[in-house]
Design a binder for this molecule. Sequence first.
Ligand code: F6R
Length: 613
Amino acid sequence: MCGIIGYIGHREAAPVLLKGLQRLEYRGYDSAGVAIFANGGSRDGILVRRSVGKLTNLDRLLQDQPVHGSIGMGHTRWATHGRPSEENAHPHRAGKIVVIHNGIIENYLDLRHKLQAKGRTFNSETDTEVISHLIDDYIQQGLSFTLATRAALKQLEGAFSIVVLCEDEPGKILTAKNATPIVIGLGEHENFVASDVPALLEYTRKVTFLEDGEMAEVTREYVTLSDFQGQPIEREPRTIEWDTVTAQKSGYKHFLLKEIHEQPQAIIDTMRGRILPEESDVSLGEFDEHSELLNSIQRIALVACGTAWHACLAGKFYLEELARIPVEVDYGSEFRYRNSPLERHAAILAVSQSGETADTLAALEGGKSLGLPALAICNVVDASIPRRSDIVLYTHAGPEISVASTKAFTTQLTALYLLSVYLGRRRGVLDEGRGRQLIDDLINLPAQVQEILTKTKHIEKIAKKYGHAKDFLYLGRGVNYPIALEGALKLKEISYIHAEGYPAGEMKHGPIALIDEEMPVVVLLPKDPVYAKTLSNMKEVEARGGRIIAITDAPSPELEDIAWEVIQVPTTNHLLMPILLTIPLQLLAYYSAVYRDTDVDQPRNLAKSVTVE
Ligand code: F6R
């Protein structure tokens, strides 16, 4: 969602804020703004600059109307309340107070009416502006900056993280959070606040994460934490392993392409230290301490959103086949409002790249409130979801900047596969021979992914040939049906072509009516036990004139006859085929988007980390 950065130190704030916002722009980007204590607050007070559209507009504005000072904050906005406009862009000022905010204040209308009744005038349609008025109102009543902010925080309902400046106290930034992330970066005679780690990496790797219901007072020299009641909190800072280089484009035209190409390494990093080839086994240190709990689990509820939900659908096949544990899969947004009867001997497993997705987090909390042990697969270390979980399996894919998820997805599949082999071996479902084979296949996988990535030209040509189409259909069976869904989602979100994913066997129950000579149909056709069935479905498409793009590990003259295009991938066991089949789908979506000249890394209306409902 919205990106937040704050700075207090000895550098010029404007460039620090702009650079931080560039690193966060993927979170939301319909407008942006900064507030800076001009000349350290001595003369002109806090100056605000805001502009609609991309960050370059704000950059230009700051060149035309510069603000010099070394304390400030910046924001990129992804609209929730109020259309994208300069008035609705953050920061929002009321009297002495200036605020930036990520999230949604659910009781903002009620608060707004109360503040209006006191004679306060609002300049925007946002929920954020009530926060600045509320704090300023307490200041007018005589409270200090910190006490006024704390009093206001107690009145806010919803998910939010905020950063606040006060005209009267130029040496201090306040920040607070409830359900959306805030991380504080600790430097030498300077400190930082951000919604996400990449904004800070250039300056420091020493960070402190705020927990829900906490606020922090940040000055040049110190950071003090307390809860909303004012109780002090002590927390040791953590060190982040990622460096800035891993968060750059490294010569690729787009982050998305870079992240697609990073997949062999990302899969290796997910496996690293977790494979025991000698013992035909997997070692998940995080899980070993909980062996009794894991042995007692008789059912797992997987919860996630979007691409991570597709990983869960494939994960169901892994866990059920390799560990013989019944699995149900839910969208986070559905599970949280479903009256699930799960309780004894069940567990909830949340899968999330960011670890901040509001619906997934709420579903996890819902599972916990039923008494279920909470497990997580996550990429971002110490994000809210892993922090709220009992056992965490990190994917270690490195920062994923492009809004559309690629390496996060294939590493989530890798992690689910590792977990399934781990549980299968401990439950006696997998003998040593099968364990060995499954592990060998996984070890070979990164090189096979690399092999696909060396032949992208063919896929680029296919994208150019079909990139004008209005609709695409994606078909797959079994564990590859979720991959059809993922292929369709990737195409939709970055190229804006309408696409549907369907189980191949379901096509005749409806979608077949859509097929004509204009319709490219992508068929996932690995040589697995249902190969012949999928081939028959392909023939049904051919008979209706559909343009078939087949992705297979087993090309044949018969297939060449039916399909307009054949993309070959290497072969592996049927549970790892989804990972290999995913790569051409990502490339097809990427090159279609490039052909249609869309904003690949920041598709319209989307945000990387969806921290609101
Ligand atoms: C699609 C995409 C989204 C995310 C979803 C969940 O390319 O990126 O569908 O997968 O918003 O995000 P995380 O994994 O951060 O919970």
